[in-house]
Ligand binder design. Structure first.
Ligand code: AGP
Length: 609
């Protein structure tokens, strides 16, 4: 996610641009920039780092002019740097663009434009759009923008500015948000409502494919063919704080609901066009090299460690390669058996967790090759590892990790399938079948999110218990670990996850009347065994909430409540079963009046030992 702003009116554009970007920093904050037209030139100012660095850079010589655009970046293509910061211009500096999203065919377009003589200054996908606009412009700004939109593929919200047409900005969107704030003799453009809510509450919310030509006293909206579109004014009644959370009460709930898009974005570009195979272009190792490792470690902390447990299962099940998973804080001091034949995979949402970074550095010192799965482009772990696969979850603000976890699972699944393709351990038919199921996951997560009321009820009913147990076998156990961490860290309830088969080896002593037990029973291969464990805890009068797949009519006979998730392959169902557990933790924390986004004693990124 990135933050975009635009201004056209009679006041100094820079005032709104900086104010609007400061309200959007939660969408991305690794670099920022603005472009302002002063009547003769377009002045572009950018800076790596937070918005404060840009403000410091221009405070003694603010750009002048009443037409401008701005951007605060969450890097996807091209690491955070001045050069890669937006806005981006064409060769002449007469066309300027800011962008949120991913231009999926930018490499092909870039090659074509370079052949035509265009000189690029950055590594970004966005700069291609500015040069493409220059290439197709023949005097009609709107027509040129429509042609650009015919040529690019991907997801985007875009704002275009041209000194040849200084009375207007043009903006459009596809799969990313964009709003137009309607002022009096001035108009505003922004990725999100928080940026404009101080200036106006009257807005146009653009729909995918719509193009808006924004002047200071008019907004003309059209479709891709240039035909006019009539739009109703949307009056924003949110308060400023709620607006930052997209109308959700907390960032955690917003991020839980962002999971379908985060998972879709992480998958996009990594499935071949014919849907028959996984393509990991960013992985610069040859298949033979990836095949050459005789040991694989997955090392991480917290939720990332829980994702690593699922990753182990995927790689062993699909690629038939042995994997060891370890906590980074243990691994780094265990004098691990690592050499040049070892592959170390580190997982980290922030890319800054000190234990994980230290384990990575230690393994590299011992000769291992290293692969990072992280959500932050240019993070310390991303820079230290030999290779990086990014989750495209966008900034995760809440301390409790949710969309990072599900995108890490997706990435592990695609890596395991990619390795299976190389090793031939899965038939092409099975690979195709799993890819088809993979593509359905975003919609199935949405379906799981569509009715949260039962989970809210459970949370209210059991949210005051001081002990909760999570049980499951196989992948259900791995997800149970993640569910119990969610509940612990934001509701402060003492929750423990146990392999269901372990209960009789001690934990069953703690199961007494009324103790809530969340029992995950989606893994068909061990279903009967799990059922017998559920009967064990029911026999001690526990209150059991079962998590089952849609078609399961058996489980409800043995538990007090059942939460169903859509049917899919048992390898992929963890992406769905974790969602009710995230929501259960969220609503339990609300019930107990806890600070959901900033739980006590915890930080979003643990950059100390
Ligand atoms: C997860 O909800 C926690 N906030 C925490 O366990 C987190 O997953 C852990 O600190 C690892 O963080 P990272 O993914 O940024 O490395």
């Amino acid at each position: 996610m990135c933050g975009i702003v635009g201004y056209v009116g009679d006041r100094e554009a820079v005032e709104f641009l900086l104010e609007g970007l400061s309200k959007l920093e939660y969408r991305g904050y690794d670099s920022a920039g603005i472009a302002v037209y002063d009547g003769s030139v377009v002045r572009v100012e950018k800076s790596v780092g937070r918005l404060a660095s840009l403000k410091e850079k221009i405070e003694d010589d603010m750009p002048k002019g009443c037409l401008g655009i701005g951007h605060t970046r969450w890097a996807t293509h091209g690491r955070p740097s001045d050069r890669n910061a937006h806005p981006h211009t064409d060769c002449t500096g007469e066309f300027v663009v800011v962008h949120n999203g991913i231009i999926e065919n930018y490499l092909a377009l870039k090659e074509e434009l370079i052949e035509q003589g265009h000189a690029f200054k950055s590594e970004t996908d966005t700069e291609v759009v500015a040069h493409l606009l220059e290439a197709v412009y023949h005097g009609d700004f709107e027509a040129a923008v429509r042609e650009v939109l015919r040529r690019i593929e991907g997801s985007y919200s875009l704002v275009f500015m041209s000194k040849k047409h200084p009375d207007r900005l043009i903006c459009t969107k596809k799969d990313n948000p964009l709003v137009i704030g309607l002022g009096d003799g001035e108009n505003f453009i922004a990725s999100d409502i928080p940026a404009i809510i101080q200036r106006t509450r009257r807005t146009f919310i653009l729909n995918d494919g719509e193009i808006a030509v924004v002047r200071k006293d008019s907004v003309d909206i059209m479709d891709r063919q240039g035909d006019p579109v009539t739009k109703k004014v949307f009056e924003v009644n949110w308060n400023a704080e709620a607006a930052e959370k997209g109308g959700y009460e907390h960032f955690m709930l917003k991020e839980i609901h962002e999971q379908p898009k985060a998972v879709r974005d992480t998958m996009s570009q990594r499935i071949s066009k014919d849907g028959k195979e996984i393509v990991l272009e960013e992985l610069k190792w040859t298949p033979e090299f990836l095949n050459s490792f005789n040991k694989i470690y997955i090392v991480a902390c917290g939720t990332a460690y829980h994702a690593g447990l699922v990753g182990k299962f995927y790689i062993e099940k699909l690629a038939r390669v042995m994997v060891e998973v370890d906590l980074a804080s243990e691994f780094r001091y265990r004098n691990p058996i690592v050499d040049e034949n070892t592959l170390l995979i580190v997982v980290s949402q922030s890319g800054e967790t000190s234990d994980t970074l230290a384990a990575l550095k230690e393994s590299r010192r011992l000769g291992a090759k290293t692969l990072a799965l992280t959500n932050v482009v240019g993070s310390s772990i991303a820079r230290e590892a030999d290779q990086v696969l990014y989750t495209w979850a966008g900034p995760e603000i809440a301390v409790a990790s949710t969309k990072a976890y599900t995108t890490q699972l997706i990435l592990f699944f695609m890596l395991a399938l990619y390795m299976a393709e190389i090793k031939g351990t899965q038939t092409p038919e099975r690979v195709r079948e799993l890819i088809d199921l993979l593509k359905k996951i975003p919609a199935q997560i949405s379906e799981t999110l569509s009715d949260v009321e039962p989970i809210k009820t459970f949370a209210r009913k059991y949210g005051f218990n001081e002990d909760v147990f999570y049980i499951g076998r196989s992948l259900d156990y791995d997800v149970a670990l993640e569910g119990s961490l969610k509940l612990k860290e934001i509701s402060y309830i003492h929750a423990e996850a146990y392999a269901a088969g372990e209960l009789k080896h001690g934990t069953l002593a703690l199961i007494v009347e009324g103790v809530p037990v969340i029992a995950l029973a989606t893994q068909k291969s061990v279903y009967e065994k799990t059922l017998s464990n559920i009967k064990e805890v029911k026999a001690r009068d526990a209150v059991v909430i079962g998590i089952a797949a849609e078609g399961d009519e058996e489980l409800q006979k043995y538990v007090d409540h059942v939460i169903k998730v859509p049917e899919t392959d048992e390898l992929l169902i963890p992406l769905l079963t974790v969602v009710p557990l995230q929501l259960l933790a969220y609503f339990a924390a609300i019930t107990r009046g806890c600070d959901v986004d900033k739980p006590r004693n915890l930080a979003k990124s643990v950059t100390v030992e």
